[in-house]
Ligand binder design. Structure first.
Ligand SMILES: Nc1ncnc2c1ncn2[C@@H]1O[C@H](COP(=O)(O)OP(=O)(O)OP(=O)(O)O)[C@@H](O)[C@H]1O
Ligand SMILES: [Mg+2]
Length: 256
């Protein structure tokens, strides 16, 4: 069981996350939704032990993760929001490094890496430096790195970012199958249609604070909207998207 208890992070005097609490039981998928800058990635970095909370704590199986981060990370698979680390390595070298850091036996490491590279259509590029990869290819390598050691907990920060339709579909199916196998999954995104389909519970955050928490139906009924998208837009912004688009066009077409 992964738990966040009153997680709070200040960058200087700026609150990025305030008083966020939740539990992710084995077999459940928590969707963490919020607009740009609302504190999603900051929460993720605290969940993986990369950032220390200003207040509050993250617990795994009842223990504060900071007490033994190395042991905790053995259970963790993490897909970061940006894939710009280690671009001088080839895909193969990167996976080898991740497998070694995780203490995977050499044979399993290379067999699994090769099989996953094949399944995610990267086998032909595995000896190419990742700096030459497209955005979607980098994202797929990050996914392989997160999955190859069969972690109990998956923390995904915008995992579909840059993926084509087929790869995105594979990842959506994967999330469902893995939750069926008892994995705990934290899925952070601003793409509602996916979250609605794959998550068992949802949190909506705005300016670092939780403004809704429950099942998809709970969140929808909390604000009386028929689609989650309407509910989300109403919750996080008091803005009319079509009005903003019209205003942008007005600025564009104004005489020079
Ligand atoms: N290293 C940092 N130093 C100072 N402020 C930061 C830092 N990282 C994030 N912030 C601020 O914290 C807030 C939350 O940022 P965060 O990256 O968590 O948002 P997000 O929800 O992941 O956004 P996005 O959807 O764009 O990825 C923002 O106001 C951001 O400017
Ligand atoms: Mg982010």
């Amino acid at each position: 069981m992964l738990e966040a208890l009153q997680l709070t992070k200040f960058y200087g005097s700026v609150p990025a996350v305030q008083d966020v609490s939740f539990q992710i039981a084995p077999g459940s998928v928590l969707g963490y939704l919020g607009p740009n800058g609302s504190g999603k990635s900051t929460t993720v970095k605290m969940l993986i032990g990369l950032l220390r909370p200003t207040h509050g704590e993250v617990r795994f199986d009842g223990q504060n993760i900071q007490q033994d981060l190395v042991a905790y990370r053995q259970h963790l698979g993490y897909v970061p929001e940006e894939a710009n680390l280690y671009l001088h390595l080839t895909g193969c070298e990167y996976l080898e490094m991740v497998g070694t850091l995780r203490g995977m036996p050499e044979a399993a490491r290379s067999t699994k890496a090769d099989q996953l590279l094949e399944l995610l259509a990267l086998a032909a590029y595995k000896h190419l430096q990742m700096s030459a990869y497209s955005k979607g290819m980098r994202q797929r390598i990050l996914l392989i790195a997160a999955l190859m050691d069969n972690p109990d907990v998956l923390i995904l920060d915008e995992p579909l970012s840059g993926l084509d339709v087929t790869s995105a579909m594979v990842v959506k199916n994967l999330i469902q199958i893995l939750s069926g196998k008892g994995k705990s999954i934290f899925y952070c995104s601003h793409v509602l249609e996916v979250v609605e389909k794959v998550c068992s519970q949802l949190i909506v955050i705005r300016k670092g604070r939780m403004i809704a928490h429950g099942s998809t139906d709970d969140v929808r009924s909390q604000i009386g909207q028929s689609t989650l998208e309407q509910a989300f837009v109403q919750l996080v912004e008091d803005k009319d998207a079509s009005q903003i688009a019209n205003d942008i066009v007005k600025v564009m077409v104004a005489p020079r």
